[in-house]
Design a protein around this ligand. Structure first.
Ligand SMILES: [Zn+2]
Length: 254
């Protein structure tokens, strides 16, 4: 499914003219890389018990938490064998060409950075990192994950021996305040706000595009299905993100 070319050219013009362009990305950008949606039908939380990944479980039983986390890693991220897709590449390309300021993402897979995006705000954290509960240092997740796979549970900090936690927002945990404030500020100053592959039903993703539109941003939605903001958007592309975003990037660069 491709989107109407004159509309794409109009969005491209708005992107070129805007002082600040912000993209919000949701699960639809990750599913195109083969990562199952966490919510939804046949999602991760249909196959794993969300309570196993609650912060209280981590606190009371870090060993069991990590044992389950290893299984989740295998089924959600194919043990790390996932790669960026054309939507990630298009956003990274727009950024490197100076047409995109920031990606705010609900996804935790780190694929925007893998594609080359530099200014990424991860409002649900990142599974590509772990954080030490004692000294707060962050490390690449893979060595910790490898140790956990080998039965070294729970993996601990090389520096202080504190317990390592995936640097993602667990059930029962607050979203990172700094990331939230940053993304709110970016939304307020955006000239164009692209909401991509998000159903826009979970906070803060639901409110960021609304805030941007209220402040005068051109609001562009790219999602296979309609969203609560579809009626409000300047452009509502019901399209595959891996087709629509490369199409937009080409139009911006024409
Ligand atoms: Zn530590």
């Amino acid at each position: 499914m491709s989107v109407d070319e004159p509309d794409v050219r109009a969005v491209a013009q708005a992107v070129r003219d805007a002082e600040s362009v912000v993209a919000l990305t949701g699960a639809g950008v990750s599913t195109a890389s083969g990562i199952p949606d966490f919510r939804g039908e046949d999602g991760i939380w249909e196959r794993h018990d969300p309570m196993d990944f609650h912060i209280d479980r981590f606190r009371s039983d870090p060993e069991g938490f990590w044992r389950d986390r290893v299984k989740l890693q295998a089924s959600a991220f194919d043990d790390g064998n996932v790669a960026p897709n054309a939507a990630h590449e298009a956003l990274a390309g727009l950024e490197s060409a100076g047409h995109l300021d920031t990606v705010v993402t609900q996804n935790i897979d780190g694929l925007h950075q893998d594609a080359g995006s530099e200014d990424v705000i991860e409002i649900h954290g990142s599974a590509a990192r772990v954080v030490c509960r004692d000294c707060n240092q962050r490390f690449d997740a893979e060595p910790a994950m490898a140790r956990a796979r080998d039965g070294d549970l729970p993996p601990t900090c090389d520096d202080c021996d504190g317990t390592l936690k995936p640097d993602t927002v667990l059930f029962g945990e607050q979203l990172p305040e700094h990331a939230l404030m940053q993304s709110q500020a970016k939304a307020e100053s955006a000239g164009v706000f692209l909401a991509v592959g998000s159903s826009l039903t979970v906070e803060p993703a639901a409110s960021l595009p609304r805030v941007a539109a209220e402040r005068g941003a051109t609001l562009v939605l790219v999602n296979l299905e309609s969203t609560p903001l579809s009626g409000r958007a300047d452009f509502d592309f019901r399209a595959d993100v891996t087709e629509a975003l490369p199409q937009l990037r080409r139009a911006v660069e024409e």
